[in-house]
Design a protein around this ligand. Structure first.
Ligand SMILES: [Zn+2]
Length: 254
């Protein structure tokens, strides 16, 4: 029934004065996952457009469009808006200050200053010596994470290797750009590399990556036999892979 589809042009207000300048307004809209602050620009145009800019969301709308119409259009685009804001947040540098939140073993910890001499995680807090915080604690905290990661990975790997009845391989911490883990067979014996950032994710996912790399000690491919070995160590491996991708993408740029 094409006659029922309104032509966009027919929505244009006959009272629209010509040649006037766009005006801009800061507004808020409650979406299902929080309040969205956006800039509303009224301009000479026929349709509503949402723009994702580095500084936030800007909506451009005709002067005659009602707020209700604009906001119901925005609600339809909520998924897109949310995704954009998430990506934008992820590209901002992480601020290593008191109060900053970072993920650790799948939990969120808040950086707080302490009188103690060493970094310590407890009760949702990452306690950092005040002196370190004042001078920039990034290197110190990352060093602490790497140390903890190495110890945890080694323990989990030893357990998995024993269950597969293979000798414990050497462990290397990696900062690879695209891989959580890898397994190499060198003349000096097999070596498993695991990314230090895995330590930010839930322990279940760390175990999955370790199970995957340990299984490569038995099968050098991704054949069905390989996945059967993974399954012996980690029965729910099918669910772990998408979860690893999802949570991995959401990590802040430390
Ligand atoms: Zn693999």
């Amino acid at each position: 029934m094409p006659g029922l589809i309104p032509k966009i042009r027919s929505l244009r207000s006959p009272r629209l004065p010509t040649g006037d300048k766009p005006s801009s307004d800061r507004r808020q809209l409650l979406l299902s996952n929080g309040v969205l602050r956006y800039e509303l620009v009224r301009a000479r145009r026929r349709s509503i457009a949402i723009q994702a800019l580095q500084e936030g969301i800007r909506v451009r709308a005709p002067r005659w469009a009602s707020i209700a119409a604009i906001e119901s259009f925005m609600r339809l685009q909520e998924g897109w808006i949310t995704e954009h804001l998430r990506l934008r947040r992820d590209t901002r540098p992480f601020s290593w200050n008191e109060g900053a939140e970072l993920p650790l073993l799948g939990e969120t910890v808040r950086i707080v200053a302490t009188d103690a001499k060493a970094i310590r995680a407890a009760d949702g807090r990452l306690e950092v010596p005040a002196g370190l915080l004042a001078t920039g604690c990034r290197e110190a905290v990352l060093g602490w994470i790497r140390e903890r990661a190495r110890a945890l990975y080694a323990a989990r790997m030893a357990e998995g290797a024993a269950r597969l009845d293979v000798p414990m391989p050497r462990l290397r911490l990696s900062s690879a750009r695209t891989r959580w883990g890898s397994c190499s067979h060198n003349p000096g014996g097999p070596r498993i590399s695991l990314h230090w950032k895995l330590y930010l994710l839930p322990p279940m996912l760390i175990d999955y990556v370790i199970a995957h790399e340990l299984a490569h000690l038995v099968e050098l491919n991704h054949s069905r036999r390989f996945w059967a070995v993974v399954e012996r160590l980690y029965p729910d491996y099918r669910a772990a892979r998408p979860e690893l991708n999802r949570l991995g993408r959401a990590l802040p740029p430390l």
